[in-house]
Design a protein around this ligand. Structure first.
Ligand code: AHN
Ligand code: ZN
Length: 326
């Protein structure tokens, strides 16, 4: 009897402790698996597809304000985004260019997961410069704008295609700004008419996004994207986030971790003025100390577009999107 009395609590203790370890272990590993499976894997950015989206725009001809190609391309972009599950609106507004011409601009604005409160804004301009003022010949003719315009839009369309196949937890907005490239040097406000119009007339009252990423000239061979100085000034945490992600997935040869002061004016300035921290991924050319040789010349055609560069930018942005949580 005495022996049994001593034995019972001992047995009880053994049972309790073994029970404890048995229930603890599976529950810990259950939590771990749950965390792992709840992370949506980052899709694989398809550079062939992005390239075809760049080419489709160039095939319309130069998308200069007021042209048939411009109208047809607006229709194409809005239909593409709709087909990828985005709610699309076209913001129309009348603007006057530096040479006193009036145009009705079309900002193409698309939302995925429209009810998600944490949102990432991707943007690019989709118009083409109507003159090749940095060329030596045919300066008054419009350019193809394969890199300056079509490349950023092409990357954004491929991102749209991928997120439609596997929805991220955050909401995504895409804005293709119009009439960015009808400016004249020395007059900062003559550029970026679409983004200026949007900043003064938000498409939704109190529209907000956690941060924005502008893509400008993101398709040329061996492009280098140093950190652009206005982006660092306005939104350094997001510059560092994007460049760190690029380094982590092996693209620091494109996303060079140095700051360069070389842009001055671009659509991200007006997105920042609208209260959304926005960075600019824009090519810096070491030889010219500014834009690439093709910039605002007839060389800005499909020959400058390189799938490896589209891939580096697109995969980095997909990784940013799928590692941002609500
Ligand atoms: C200026 O040339 C002043 N800003 C560059 C904005 C731009 C034009 N990006 C592409 N084309
Ligand atoms: Zn330009």
């Amino acid at each position: 009897m005495k022996k049994l009395k001593n034995f019972v609590p001992l047995l009880f203790l053994v049972l309790v402790s073994s029970c404890g370890t048995e229930t603890e272990k599976p529950s810990t590993s259950k939590v771990e698996t749950k965390v792992e499976t709840s992370k949506i894997p980052t899709p694989n950015f398809n550079a062939d597809s992005a390239y075809s989206f760049v080419k489709a725009q160039v095939d319309f001809g130069p998308r200069t304000p007021g042209s048939k190609a411009h109208a047809a391309c607006a229709d194409y972009l809005s239909k593409k985004l709709t087909s990828y599950g985005f709610e699309v609106i076209i913001q129309n507004g009348t603007v006057t260019t530096f040479d006193k011409k009036k145009f009705i601009l079309k900002n193409i604005i698309a939302s995925f997961n429209p009810n998600a409160s944490t949102r990432i804004l991707l943007c690019s301009h989709w118009d083409t410069r109507p003159f090749a003022d940095r060329d030596t010949k045919d300066k008054d003719k419009p350019i193809d704008g394969a890199n300056d315009g079509a490349s950023g839009v092409g990357v954004a369309l491929e991102i749209a295609r991928q997120i439609n196949k596997s929805s991220p937890t955050v909401g995504i907005d895409i804005i293709f700004f119009d009439i960015e490239d009808y400016g004249t040097s020395g007059d900062d406000e003559s550029w970026c008419l679409g983004s200026q119009y949007w900043a003064n007339n938000l498409h939704k009252p109190n529209y907000n996004a956690k941060f924005g990423i502008l893509m400008d000239m993101v398709g040329a061979t061996n492009a280098m994207f140093p950190k652009e100085s206005s982006s660092v000034e306005y939104a350094s945490i997001y510059v560092n986030k994007v460049w760190d992600v690029a380094a982590k997935i092996g693209y620091s040869n494109y996303f060079v971790p140095q700051t360069r002061n070389f842009v001055g004016i671009d659509d991200h300035i007006y997105v920042n003025k609208a209260g959304i921290p926005c960075i600019d991924i824009i090519e810096f050319n070491q030889t010219t100390g500014g834009f690439g040789e093709y910039h605002h010349t007839h060389k800005d055609n499909m020959d400058v577009i390189d799938k490896n560069t589209l891939k580096a930018v697109g995969q980095t942005l997909l990784e940013v999107i799928y590692t941002t949580s609500n």
